[in-house]
Each structure stands twice: as structure tokens, then as C-alpha cells.
Design a protein around this ligand. Structure first.
Ligand code: 5GP
Ligand code: ZN
Length: 140
């Protein structure tokens, strides 16, 4: 499956160049063109899946394994102190390219990249009710 208008499908097909760091039969990892920090890379399936829910579980496992390997190499190659692995799903979550991908972002102690702001529950009843609602959704 591939989407004609998808930039990552074109990269996976070799129609648009990228700085590749890792490749297997099913996935590709390459440098992000607009890095948060230098060495920021993406891991994508070669086939077009739009987000986490579209992705077959087995392929998701391969992507995590690739993220571990490539992430370790990025940390070593850049001398990073840590690594963020982030996935944006849907526009509201910041997804700009609708072909599933993980971000591997090397982090440095003084890089100034702030964590997102946290909020709080009104009370424990609210938190408990929401946890129970989500748990029921999972059970179906
Ligand atoms: P999203 O916001 O969808 O999670 O992230 C998409 C990412 O893809 C962005 O960080 C952006 O810099 C990167 N990107 C978009 N177009 C290209 C491209 O043509 N080549 C590469 N290497 N990265 C791209
Ligand atoms: Zn695609």
C-alpha cells in the first residue's frame, strides 16, 4: 500500500532523497529535515499506514526494535545525554505527515527543550472515574 501524495512513501520508494541511517525489508530510518537537535531521526514503515491505530502490531514491534538500535547509535554518535522517542497521532497531537513515524530526538542536559506543561485533576474521584472509563473501553 502506498499513497501517491505522501512524502514519506516517496522517501521509502527512493523517489525523494534522504539521509538514511538504517533500513530493513519493512522499515526505514533517516534524519529529520528539521531537527529539534542534530541527529533527530525518524523511523517509518515502508508501507503507508497513517497512525498508531492503523499500524499492524507485528510491524509496530519491528519499529520499536529499530528505534532501540538506531536510538542507541544516535546517542553514541552525537554524545547525547538522553533520547526522546515521540509519536504524533492526528493533527491535534501535532502530526503533520500522515504516514506513521517515530521521532528519535537526541537530548542534551542544557539543550533548553522544555517538557510540556502538566495540569491536574479536580479531585481523585474525577481521576478514578476516568481511569475506569478508559479501562472499560480497552475491555470493549
Ligand atoms: P510530525 O509532525 O508529522 O510528527 O513530523 C513530521 C516530521 O517530518 C517533521 O519533523 C519534519 O521536519 C519531517 N519532514 C517533513 N518532510 C520531510 C522530508 O521531506 N524529509 C525529511 N527527512 N523529513 C521531513
Ligand atoms: Zn505514506
Amino acid at each position: 500500500m502506498s499513497n501517491q501524495d505522501c512524502i514519506f512513501c516517496k522517501i521509502a520508494a527512493g523517489d525523494i532523497p534522504c539521509f538514511k541511517i538504517y533500513e530493513t525489508e519493512h522499515l526505514l530510518s533517516f534524519l529529520d529535515i528539521g531537527p529539534v537537535n542534530k541527529g533527530h531521526a525518524l523511523v517509518i514503515p515502508k508501507e503507508h499506514y497513517k497512525n498508531i491505530w492503523d499500524l499492524p502490531a507485528e510491524l509496530g514491534g519491528e519499529i520499536i526494535t529499530a528505534a532501540q538500535m538506531a536510538g542507541d547509535a544516535i546517542v553514541k554518535a552525537t554524545g547525547a545525554d538522553g533520547l526522546n522517542i515521540i509519536m504524533n497521532n492526528n493533527e491535534a497531537a501535532g502530526q503533520l505527515v500522515f504516514h506513521a513515524h517515530l521521532h528519535l530526538i537526541p537530548r542534551f542536559r542544557d539543550d533548553g527543550f522544555k517538557h510540556w506543561a502538566q495540569s491536574q485533576y479536580d479531585n481523585m474521584d474525577e481521576a478514578r472515574a476516568l481511569a475506569q472509563k478508559i479501562e472499560k473501553m480497552i475491555k470493549g
